[in-house]
Design a protein around this ligand. Structure first.
Ligand SMILES: [Fe+2]
Length: 330
């Protein structure tokens, strides 16, 4: 039965390594270049991008030479499938018409400005990747292991669901992106879910930096308890998980020339609302999809300067509160 066979593995690592994982690039080639440089400086031995190379930003073809030059291992996100196959829309999974309106502007610009050769490259990308780091089974995907455009938000994703994904997809660690906001959760038996964030636009937190994820694993580690009679009596999967060394996951902020990106977006006549997000760190479009906790999380708001600009895209006016935080009237 195929179900009982171990899934094929794209790469096996037995030694300790430092790796960098990038989320959606959204044509932000300046942030991609800065992130690659930063990751290499920190000793990253392999670089990955979990998909959505285009969208939002200017000059989509500029990300591809960087990916090629540095050997970034790429997955196919929903955007890459759409651009590669010239589909009608980005398949982003938005439901609010305001989100879809701006997503379509971005999508049509990106499709018009992506070369045939790069579209062919996007079509060739795999949707998922499996690796084995020591004893740890790793699954990289775009939205979730079950759907390329599934939004896994921290506030609305239960631990039980993540545990189930690990079981069903035979993974100890799942890496994903798609939402544009990083987060991680420790699961049972040293398993872990990581949303690696995005390079394409800031996190709706009033900061202009974008984020990527640096991971360190220890490779194959033999513990004293491994092979003991008690361990051998357990099911294989449980024994393997119990011997997993912890994974070190670090979210890394990336500073880049966001003013230059903003000017290039204006030159390309992309909507000023997109530019505003790059300059302020506040989402002004494609943000209705945000759950309320990601929109209003106190820890996030505590870091922002007072009276951030008010988004103006078909929304009622928000207001700034006395302590400088903000909420949007819905
Ligand atoms: Fe996506």
């Amino acid at each position: 039965m195929n179900q009982t066979l171990p899934p094929s593995v794209d790469h096996v690592a037995t030694d300790a390594e430092t790796l960098a994982l990038f989320g959606g690039v959204y044509s932000n080639y300046l942030a991609l270049e800065a992130a690659i440089h930063d990751a290499l400086q920190r000793g990253a031995e392999r670089l990955y991008c979990l998909g959505d190379l285009g969208a939002f930003g200017p000059h989509p073809d500029r990300v591809f030479p960087l990916l090629r030059k540095h050997g970034v291992i790429c997955l196919q996100g929903n955007y890459d499938d759409s651009i590669g196959n010239a589909r009608d829309d980005c398949q982003c999974g938005y439901t609010d018409p305001r989100d879809n309106y701006y997503a379509q502007i971005s999508y049509e610009y990106t499709l018009r400005n992506t070369s045939d050769a790069n579209r062919e490259f996007l079509r060739s990308l795999p949707p998922q990747r499996r690796e084995r780091w020591g004893n740890r089974e790793v699954l990289m995907c775009h939205g979730s292991p079950r759907r390329v455009n599934e939004f896994l938000w921290e506030s609305t994703t239960s631990t039980a669901f993540l545990e189930r994904l690990c079981e069903q997809h035979r993974a100890d660690t799942i890496f994903a992106t798609h939402t544009g906001i990083k987060w991680t959760r420790q699961l049972s038996r040293e398993r872990q879910f990581v949303n690696v964030g995005a390079l394409g636009r800031p996190e709706h937190d009033g900061r202009t930096e974008v984020w990527y994820t640096l991971v360190k694993h220890l490779g194959l580690v033999h513990r004293a308890s491994q092979g003991s009679p008690a361990m051998e009596a357990r099911p294989v999967a449980e024994t393997r998980a119990a011997t997993l060394p912890p994974l070190e996951v670090q979210f890394v902020p990336v500073q880049y020339d966001f003013r230059r990106l903003a000017e290039e977006m204006r030159s390309e006549q992309l909507p000023e609302a997109f530019v505003e997000t790059i300059l302020t760190g506040w989402w002004t479009t494609c943000r209705e999809v945000l759950p309320s906790k990601e929109r209003l999380r106190p820890g996030r708001l505590a870091k922002v300067p007072p009276f951030p600009p008010i988004g103006r895209i078909g929304l009622e006016k928000g207001r700034a509160t006395a302590d400088g935080t903000r909420y949007d009237k819905r």
